[in-house]
Every structure is written in C-alpha cells, then in structure tokens.
Write a protein that binds this ligand. Structure first.
Ligand code: PMP
Length: 330
C-alpha cells in the first residue's frame, strides 16, 4: 500500500508544469512549480516544518509549548498544520484589516487568533507587534518563529526547493524566478541552484513596484505576500542577479490569464513572478529553461483579483484582459 503516515509528510515534492499560452512569442521553455499542491496550500509549509524541527532541536520548543507569531497568511497555516501534528498550541496575532475568511482558516486548523487594531502606532501596547511580544513573554514555553529573521526559512528552500528543481530539470534549468517577501525562497533556492550549477543558473527576483527590493520605499501595492518596506534578515541581496519590478495591474492581469488560459488558479504573487519571467525570457535563447515558483493557490483571492467589482473599485478597470509580450514591454 502506498500512503503517507501524516499530511505533513506530503510537504514538498511539488511538480513542474510547462506554460503553453501566456508564453506566446517566447522561444524559451517556461516551467512553473506549483506550491499550492503542498498540504497547507503554499510554499510556507516548507519553512514551517524546518522552523519547528530546528526549534525542537535547539530546545526552544518542548512538549506543551506554544507557537506565537504575528501572521495572517500562509505561514500561519503551515505552522498550524505542523503544530497540530506535534501537539503544540498556536496563537496568531493578526491586524483587524485581515478578512474573516483568512482568520477562519487558521481557527479551522485549531489555532487561536488574537485580533489587534490596525489604527494604532507600532509602539502602542495594543499593536500587532506589542501584543505578540507580550504573549511570548508571558506564556511559559512560548516560541516565536519570527519568519523575517529565522535562517531556517531560507534553509528550508536550500534543502528542498532547490534540489527538487535541479533534479526535476535534470540540471537543465538556466533561470530561476521567484517573488520576494521575506526573501527566504529566492535566497535559499537561488543559493542552492547557483552552487550546484557552478553559477550557471541566473536568479531573478520579482518585486511589486514601490517595494524596497526594486529601489522603492514601500509605497502601498495590493499584491499580497511580496514586497517589503524594510530589509529582512532572511533576504541575502547577493543571491539574485537581477530584480524585476512589476505593477499590480500587470500581476493581476497575468494571474487571471493563468487561470483562464493555463488552468492554473494561483494568487497574485504568482502572476507577478510569471510577468517577471516573461520579461526576462523574451530575448532568451530557445534552449533556456525558466523555472518560476508559484507560492500559493487562487482560492484565497476569489473576492479580490478574480472579482470584477473589486478590480474596478481598486482602479484596475482598464487593466487589459491579458498581456502579450509586446504590450508588457510597451
Ligand atoms: N507569495 C505569497 C503569497 C507569500 O505568502 C509569500 C511569503 N511571504 C511569498 C510570495 C514570498 O516568499 P518569501 O517570503 O520566501 O520571499
């Protein structure tokens, strides 16, 4: 009989699939890595497993322990999944702007959610940061993964995502493209691919227009999970060869095209990474093999990117239904 002993054993080993339609006019092969096929639905399952393993080994988490993290998204789901398997309590601190559906996913996995007001200064005792720090200080046996500064994030990608891409492409990968949030994905995967290939793989980061990685200051953008207004410890700027800036309009139009034309329902940061990859692939020789990491699925964005009313209300009414390479570069 072939089965996993626990759903956590199914983290990683995600497949590559070729893009066939949005790549019109491009000679190179463009493959996407489907991280939504992880059991918690995103690439963050990988780091949750690695972060909790390391905390146990370092004695920071012991039976009866509690994981406290300010997160509302994919990292929370990954941590909740692994924590449940190992018998830890999880408490996630989320700002009140986070929608009910996202909070409900966390509680469905057995996590506790503490909601903090968005409209207070970071130093206020009620803020997102202050509340999580206070919970860690006051709950005995509490551990804060701190995903923006935890080296086990990039390490998870160095140990799993990178080797999977190298093995599945039989060493033929020439370019790796990923969006940058904490920077863990690009740092860990990119470092591995550079090392294993003798520096032959080109590493390309995709960043929302306005974020620090592409020279901005963190001007608000709507794509979720990527871009920052500070430099996290999990990002090594020496790993990417290049950062390509992408607008929300481009990211969202491509996200919709991936669903409609490729049958791939993913989130906005995936659309963003594909836009960056196509810009880089436009002039690449035919024997190039691009691998683009798609971090999560599209079901969490049905009320936003896939909702015409939301798109219009946010100024994307004139966003083209899709991009050709020509108008991407116009
Ligand atoms: N896309 C989404 C939807 C994410 O949740 C994240 C993680 N913040 C990323 C992209 C970026 O990954 P990383 O943090 O490894 O840079």
């Amino acid at each position: 009989m072939r089965y996993a002993n626990h759903v956590v054993d199914l983290v990683g080993g995600t497949p590559l699939v070729k893009l066939n339609h949005v790549t019109d006019g491009i000679q190179a092969t463009v493959l996407v890595k489907l991280e939504y096929l992880n059991p918690g639905g995103s690439s963050k399952d990988r780091i949750a497993t690695r972060i909790i393993d390391a905390a146990e080994q370092e004695g920071k988490l012991a039976p009866g322990g509690t994981i406290v993290e300010p997160t509302s998204g994919n990292t929370g789901v990954g941590l909740a999944l692994v924590a449940q398997q190992r018998g830890y309590r999880t408490i996630f601190v989320v700002p009140d702007k986070v929608g009910e559906d996202k909070r409900n996913v966390l509680t469905a996995y057995g996590a506790e959610v503490v909601v903090t007001p968005t409209a207070v200064a970071p130093e206020s005792p009620e803020s997102y940061y202050s509340v999580s720090d206070r919970l860690v200080a006051e709950i005995p046996g509490a551990f804060k993964p701190n995903q923006y500064d935890n080296p086990n994030g990039p390490r998870a990608h160095y140990e799993t995502t990178g080797p999977e891409i190298w093995a599945d492409t039989e060493g033929e990968v020439t370019h790796f493209v990923a969006g940058v949030g904490t920077g863990g994905t690009i740092t860990g995967t990119g470092r591995y691919l550079r090392e294993v290939s003798g520096d032959a793989v080109r590493i390309i980061g995709a960043d929302p227009e306005g974020s620090v990685y592409s020279g901005g200051t963190g001007r608000p953008y709507l794509v979720e999970g990527v871009g920052e207004d500070f430099w996290p410890g999990t990002y090594d700027p020496a790993v990417p060869h290049e950062i390509i800036e992408v607008t929300d309009a481009e990211s969202f139009a491509m996200t919709r095209r991936l669903a409609r034309e490729e049958g791939i329902l993913v989130g906005g940061s995936s659309g963003m990474a594909v836009v960056a990859a196509l810009k880089a692939a436009k002039d690449a020789p035919a024997d190039s093999v691009f691998v683009v990491l798609l971090p999560d699925g599209g079901r969490g964005y049905l009320g936003k990117i896939f909702n015409d009313t939301w798109m219009r209300a946010n100024g994307f009414a004139n966003a083209p239904a899709g991009h050709t390479v020509a108008n991407l570069l116009a």
